[in-house]
Write a protein that binds this ligand. Structure first.
Ligand code: GDP
Ligand code: MG
Length: 370
């Protein structure tokens, strides 16, 4: 919607309607409490009251859910979501496995490790970090391309004995394009020919100035093999997260992204979702890309049944009617009818897009014959 009533705007800002009307008058806009004002005017008013306009995802806007943007008062700190990138064989998978084993909650739970595309580690301080368990650039860029921006921090893994390689540079470009801060893990430091300072030097030529060189890029020397400094890496991630001041409102309907989805015999469509704001609950009806479902069961990254999942928590979800794609945005909606309406609208739009592409290629063929 391009417009909002004065009353609604006041509600969302938690301001008095009369004060909003006064502010509008100052701007030369005469409006009563039930009148609608356009988005641009609303934005000016929001600024006038010292609130910030939050950018909302295209999916939110499409669903008319942008009004659900987190209200500042309800924002609580949330764990950071981390993606590991780097050159092949520099140790991404090894590092993800090693970090997973640092989870203090794992031992007491005794659950069997499930690879659901993302996991969460609880540190001794009881702080949490979420890792996307599908390393690499493809996962990162694919998700971004489909509209999901889930990563808060990129851990760039550079093998200390190998240094910066082509895919390291690629990863730097991806992270920069996504405006996601980079934290460098200099890996394989157990090897005698590893040289962390050489790596720091090389990073300079890609405009990554490390702390040691007077910049603000954090580096940690680690070994996925001997598990050296994994705690330091996690501390650095929490420090970076603190700088980013990551917050979300857990007290609203859930919005997030599909990390993975597949058909499984006997279980139907299974998706790993990362909740980005709000809390996802059993029984919720949601739309994910072109599919919808009702949450029949929620499982955590150890395969345990849970009732709900809050911000930055990855969960496996059962109950989808079809299989969405990684990177699709998911949103909880109020009814099955609404879910059907949205998925039908999307299917229709997709058909139109394809028809338009078909028409274009016919035109191109015609012109190519001239
Ligand atoms: P990826 O391609 O980035 O996922 O790299 P892998 O995790 O598959 O690791 C590539 C190779 O490097 C494997 O043989 C690992 O055992 C090895 N490796 C990974 N981390 C370390 C480390 O810290 N020290 C040593 N010595 N070898 C490592
Ligand atoms: Mg790997």
């Amino acid at each position: 919607p391009e417009a909002i009533t004065v009353q609604e705007l006041a509600n969302r800002m938690a301001e008095r309607g009369a004060d909003v009307i006064k502010a509008l008058m100052k701007m030369g806009v005469m409006a009563t409490i039930n009148q609608t004002i356009d988005a641009d005017t609303a934005e000016l008013i929001i600024g006038e009251f010292g609130h910030t306009v939050r950018r909302v995802s295209a999916a939110d806007v499409e669903l008319g859910l942008e009004g659900e943007a987190d209200i500042d008062d309800h924002l609580l700190p949330r764990p950071p979501v981390v993606t590991i990138m780097g050159h092949v064989d520099h140790g991404k998978t090894s590092l993800l496995d090693a970090l997973r084993q640092t989870d203090v909650a794992a031992h007491e739970a005794g659950g069997i490790t499930q690879h659901i595309g993302a996991y969460q580690v609880t540190l001794p301080s009881s702080k949490k970090i979420t890792f996307i368990d599908t390393p690499g650039h493809a996962a990162f860029t694919e998700m971004r391309a489909r509209g999901a921006n889930v990563t808060d921090i990129v851990v760039l893994v550079v093998a200390g004995d190998d240094g910066i390689m082509p895919q390291t540079v690629e990863a730097i470009h991806h992270a920069k394009a996504a405006k996601v801060p980079i934290l460098v893990a200099i890996n394989k430091m157990d090897k005698p020919d590893a040289n962390a300072n050489r790596v720091r030097q090389e990073l300079l030529s890609h405009e990554l100035v490390t702390e040691e060189m007077g910049g603000d890029v954090l580096t940690v020397e680690v070994s996925a093999k001997t598990k050296m400094n994994l705690d330091k890496l996690e501390e650095a991630l929490l420090l970076q997260a603190e700088i980013l001041d990551l917050k979300a409102n857990p007290d609203r309907s859930a919005v997030g992204a599909v990390v993975e989805a597949k058909m499984e015999r006997g279980r139907g469509s299974v998706a790993t979702l990362l909740v980005q704001k709000g809390t996802l609950k059993v029984g919720d009806i949601f739309v994910a890309g072109a599919e919808w479902g009702r949450v029949r069961a929620l499982l955590d990254d150890r395969g345990r049944n849970i009732d709900s999942a809050g911000p930055a928590m990855p969960v496996e979800v059962l109950g989808l009617q079809g299989t969405p794609q990684a990177g699709d945005v998911f949103v909880v909606v109020e009814s099955e009818a609404r879910a059907r309406e949205i998925t039908e609208f999307r299917a229709h739009r997709e058909r139109e897009k394809q028809a338009a592409a078909g028409a274009r290629s016919t035109l191109e063929q015609m012109f190519s014959k001239i």
